[in-house]
Design a protein around this ligand. Structure first.
Ligand code: ADP
Length: 394
């Protein structure tokens, strides 16, 4: 079975074409500047990498041209070869607790949630509408980043705010990166050979999310109403005192949108280091003794360890801590420093094994009270797997 997995952000669409029999990638690529001047696409398949400037006026062009290219490059014979399309949707509100087949109502609901996930929900709903119009016979599935978090109890998803804000406007914790945490949870259950475990899953990339999971279900997660809260991230602040917002508006003469923009794009590792939001660059600077970089790195490690401590208490103990995404999969140093802060919980890393990068591996010692794993995440594959599952169970 061949499944196309699609995600969008603003004017950009990423795609992966999977052969589900062995979960291999047949082709993947990116379409950039959709609806803008200088739009282009890049595609990789086998040993080929092609980049070309092509006019993509809208998502109708994207759907038509992408399939044309897949055929002319002999990746598929015709659109009939594609058994399903999975769309990664950032926000499904409270309504979508699992993946669903795409229909007009689903597309409408996703578009209506655009205020909650600007540049994500609007673009993916446009993409869905076009692909559905042009390829009505291909089954299509929406996979929600919020869905895996829908098992969080009211006690954990409600904010201590006037209750009618929740009732009238849906102000509550939704959490994000559910697709990644779901994949990690699935892999941990395969490794342990059981579903009854307590897991803290740490997705540490440019964005970051830590989730507490018990018996395959999310109990709590660090991101909230939007992806701005939780742990410190590449350019996002994570949790802060909201009173800072009006104070800095007054001091710097900024409007609320400008301050939120600062919190999203000029804060976190970038903000504190005054250098970069990219952990690899920060670690290089740390080695040169750059004090701001060291401060930012230390604060990041602290913020992740704090969430792990909080979730250890919430879960009443933990069987497995898993690290994933760019930093979690690749940074030997950050994993080590986080785990050093968890020594009081009985976490012990095998420092030699921790040197391995980019593979699924247990990095804790045999006598560690909590098993620590690196689990490379595959969100695009998870989208394709959910799509395949729904199609097969139809
Ligand atoms: P996203 O998908 O959210 O854009 P990624 O999961 O690709 O992010 O993670 C990007 C982050 O991972 C960047 O901060 C990058 O510097 C960091 N990263 C990648 N490789 C390494 C490495 N070897 N050491 C430390 N950080 C790394």
């Amino acid at each position: 079975m061949k499944i196309l997995s699609i995600s969008t952000r603003g004017n950009e669409l990423k795609f992966y074409l999977f052969e589900m029999d062995d979960q291999s990638i047949i082709a993947n690529g990116i379409i950039s500047r959709i609806g803008l001047e200088d739009s282009s696409y890049s595609i990789s398949f086998g040993s080929e990498n092609i980049t070309e400037h092509v006019e993509f006026r809208d998502y109708n062009d994207v759907a038509n041209i992408l399939f044309d290219k897949l055929v002319t490059l002999n990746i598929i014979n015709s659109s009939i070869d594609i058994n399903g399309i999975g769309f990664r949707v950032v926000h499904g509100g409270s309504k979508y607790v699992d993946s669903v087949f795409v229909n007009d109502k689903v597309i409408q609901d996703i578009g209506d949630l655009s205020d909650f996930a600007p540049s994500y929900n609007d673009s993916i709903s446009l993409a869905m509408r076009s692909f559905r119009k042009i390829f009505p016979d291909i089954p299509m599935v929406a996979v929600f980043d919020t869905a895996f978090n829908q098992t969080i109890s009211e006690e954990n998803y409600l904010y201590p705010l006037p209750l009618d804000w929740y009732e009238k406007y849906g102000i509550r914790k939704y959490g994000f990166y559910g697709t990644s945490h779901k994949y990690v949870t699935k892999k941990v259950s395969e490794i342990l050979g059981r579903n009854d475990f307590k897991l803290i899953s740490c997705h540490l990339g440019n964005g970051g999310s830590v989730s507490a999971i018990e018996n395959m279900k999310v109990i709590d997660t660090s991101m909230g109403f939007t992806p701005l809260s939780g742990i410190m991230m590449g350019t996002r602040s994570g949790d802060i005192d909201p009173s800072i917002i009006p104070y800095i508006m007054k001091k710097e003469g900024l409007n609320v949108g400008e301050v939120i923009d600062e919190l999203n794009n000029n804060s976190g590792i970038y903000g504190l280091s005054q250098y970069s939001g990219d952990m690899l660059e920060i670690l290089e600077e740390c080695n040169k003794g750059n004090e701001n970089a060291i401060r930012a790195k230390n604060k990041f490690v602290r913020s992740v360890a704090d969430y792990i401590g909080k979730y250890y208490v919430l879960l009443g103990g933990v069987d497995v801590i898993a690290f994933t995404a760019g930093i979690g999969e690749n940074s030997v140093q950050i994993r080590r420093e986080i785990c050093e802060k968890l020594a009081c919980l009985g976490v012990k890393l095998d420092l030699d094994i921790n040197n391995h990068i980019g593979e699924m591996i247990k990095i804790s010692t045999d006598d560690s009270k909590i098993q620590v794993y690196v689990i490379p995440t595959k969100e695009e594959l998870m989208v394709a797997m959910d799509t395949e599952k729904l199609i097969k169970n139809r």
